[in-house]
Design a protein around this ligand. Structure first.
Ligand code: ME8
Length: 646
């Protein structure tokens, strides 16, 4: 199997920012994921260097266009290594081979009669570099650039786009995966429900010279979109390079919603006209806003990838962007959000699991991977949890649902943390008779770490490399680089020596700045909208999302010695865990067994009266006749234990 994945080629009229970084990290992660699946991958990005906008930017910079595009294109090229983005090819539309391919295609489409000369009067938006239809305007303005378009009348060449409308519609109907997520497919279908106009594909040299000359009329240059889209073909050696046949039929493009129309309408109709197969998939994502505001130079809130990496480190940046944005929807970036993810998901959940587990192996087994003995039910559950995670991860990452793929991974991180708590290696270590059990428990925890290293490779290649080193594995070891070779249990060779590494994800201290800012923002917000419940603090939705609330079924109840208030509950959610609850004065064991209650499932375990409690049961606290009463939470009809509450 092969994969060809591309990003848009970015305009060189602006320096790389968070939006460019996101799309390119997505494409890089996907290409690494496909490699992890054993596929041959080609990943291409690059720069779009022709057109009005670029000429204006060069003028502002007081340099000739060629010098200007060389400078900004280099900035893009230099940014990707900082983000551990490793494209196989970086294309520029000023590359001689690209110019030749564009001219070849223009001539072909012209010869077949799909390009004609005509006079046109239209509404031209400089920002979009295209004519807008009256329908697209909002209050007379371009909706993206908030400016009225100029009315321009000129003679130009046109591509008979309308001729391919029906063929494109048929293709979209018969290939539901052609444009995803579905909302964008629907947007394109709605656009195609009206007759398509032909596309103006030239600019007279009297107005613009910085472009690719039309091969059949030297008084015109090519419209920048017709030139730019063809980069995807040039990059794989169109029309007869050896890579073209291999990669073009499996091409997948990643873009944001701003350039949906050129990619979903112009591009496939161009391909139909030149007789080339259509690309396979178009993956469309939403926009990053900054603190809920549109990112823009004039507001001065543009986030630069280099600064992000300097502040948070590349692994955190990559993880945050992929985890935080639901692919297809808009998302808001803030430093509070990235710090919260670093501290909760990376430092607490994953980092602690790693340091705790490896420290125990060093302490109890001189830092060597022990050989496992017989598996118990708890071990088999852990293995089943890993298998579920691997299955979900594979499917979700393949579908570009990165945020959900990572959620599945973090559920497994939680499971591994709970496995440590329930199996208490420190207690096993006290009695040499438990040595085989301790070996097994430690081995299983190390296998969790290895599988986490494997699945996190595409997302955080740097951190995964350090995780591999700590497990005593080479960075290119198949057990952490191949889902097929490494995606099973029992792969870590006993006897392997662990290596000491620095703390994987140190907690970020924001010096209280975040808290202060939060409080200030909170006060501002509260002025606008009073809390729903007097005295309650309003939580940002993201904080609520950090809670893992689940339905748990109580399967056993034991009193806790010397306590009149506490009960030790064994619950299934769906795996068994112990929770200590202060409900002994309100419920007897027979009233509790079989009851389904709501729990917080991702609290850090705490020891209460010598019992490790892994979660919290939710209950209402009321007062009756001056007496406190606790009433357990419940669901209105029975559900599968472990069901998520949201
Ligand atoms: O449109 N959030 O180039 P461009 C998320 N040259 N992604 C964003 C973003 C944001 N706020 N802002 C930009 C062009 N992007 C053409 C493309 S392709 C043949 C020609 C990302 O520099 C996103 O991928 O304006 C978007 O589609 C792209 O940058 C636009 O880049």
């Amino acid at each position: 199997m092969t994969t060809y994945i591309t990003t848009p080629i970015y305009y060189v009229n602006a320096q790389p920012h968070l939006g460019h970084a996101y799309t390119t990290i997505v494409a890089d992660t996907y290409s690494r994921f496909r490699r992890l699946c054993g596929e041959k991958v080609r990943f291409q990005t690059g720069t779009d260097e022709h057109g009005d906008k670029i000429v204006k930017a060069a003028e502002n910079d007081h340099v000739p266009p060629q010098d200007y595009v060389d400078k900004i294109s280099a900035l893009f090229r230099q940014t990707w290594p900082l983000l551990q983005v490793e494209p196989d090819h970086f294309i520029r539309t000023t590359d001689a081979e690209h110019v030749a391919v564009v001219q070849r295609i223009l001539q072909k489409v012209y010869d077949s009669g799909d390009i004609y000369f005509d006079e046109y009067t239209g509404l031209y938006c400089q920002g979009c570099e295209r004519y807008l239809t009256g329908k697209e305007l909002v209050d007379g303005n371009c909706p993206d650039h908030q400016k009225p378009p100029e009315e321009i009348a000129e003679q130009n060449y046109f591509f008979r786009m309308s001729r391919y409308q029906q063929q494109l519609l048929d293709h979209i109907h018969t290939h539901p995966e052609f444009i995803t997520p579905e909302r964008y497919r629907n947007e394109v279908l709605s656009f195609l429900s009206e007759p398509l106009e032909d596309l103006c594909i030239s600019r007279p040299k009297s107005r613009l010279t910085w472009g690719i000359e039309l091969p059949f009329d030297d008084k015109f240059v090519t419209y920048v979109w017709f030139d730019a889209l063809i980069n995807y073909l040039t990059g794989v050696g169109y029309p007869d390079g050896p890579q073209f046949a291999e990669y073009w039929p499996v091409a997948e493009h990643v873009i944001a919603k701003d350039i949906l129309k050129p990619h979903a309408i112009y591009w496939p109709t161009m391909l139909l006209a030149m007789g080339a197969p259509l690309y396979q998939k178009l993956h469309v994502h939403g926009y990053w806003n900054i603190d809920d505001t549109k990112m823009s130079k004039s507001i001065g809130n543009v986030v630069r990838p280099k600064e992000l990496v300097q502040e948070y480190g590349v692994d955190t940046v990559r993880y945050f962007l992929l985890r935080e944005m639901s692919f297809g929807l808009d998302s808001s970036f803030s430093s509070e959000a990235i710090v919260a993810r670093q501290n909760a998901d990376l430092a607490n959940d994953l980092g602690n699991l790693f340091s705790r587990a490896t420290a125990m192996v060093r302490k109890y087994r001189q830092g060597k991977v022990p050989a496992p003995a017989q598996f118990t039910e708890a071990d088999r559950e852990l293995v089943a949890g890993a298998e579920n995670m691997l299955r979900d991860y594979r499917q979700l990452m393949a579908e570009f649902l990165f945020h959900r793929g990572l959620q599945a991974v973090w559920e497994f991180v939680g499971m591994a943390n709970r496995y440590i708590v329930t199996n208490e290696p420190w207690a096993l270590a006290r009695d040499p008779q438990n040595a085989p059990r301790l070996d097994t428990v430690l081995y299983n925890i190390l296998e969790c770490l290895r599988l986490l290293t494997l699945v996190l490779q595409p997302v955080m290649p740097g951190a995964a490399g350090r995780m591999a080193t700590s497990l005593g594995l080479a960075e290119d070891d198949e057990r952490i680089c191949s889902l097929d070779q490494g995606g099973q249990w029992n792969m870590l060779p006993p006897g392997t020596e662990l290596q000491a590494i620095d703390n994987l994800f140190p907690r970020l201290d924001d010096g209280g700045k975040g808290a202060e800012k939060d409080a200030a923002a909170q006060r501002k917000k509260e002025k606008k909208e009073p809390p729903a419940v007097a005295g309650a603090t309003l939580l940002p939705y993201e904080h609520f999302q950090l809670l893992d609330l689940r339905v748990a079924e109580i399967v056993a109840v034991e009193p806790i010695k010397k306590s009149t208030r506490l009960l030790k509950l064994t619950v299934r959610a769906p795996e068994e865990r112990t929770i200590v609850a202060g409900i002994a004065e309100h419920y007897t064991a027979d009233k509790l067994i079989g009851k389904q209650v709501l729990i917080v499932a991702n609290l850090q375990p705490v020891k209460i009266m010598g019992v490790s409690s892994q979660g919290m049961v939710l209950a209402a606290r009321t007062e009756e006749n001056g007496q406190e009463r606790l009433v357990l939470s419940a669901v209105s009809s029975p559900v599968v234990p472990g069901s998520k509450v949201a």
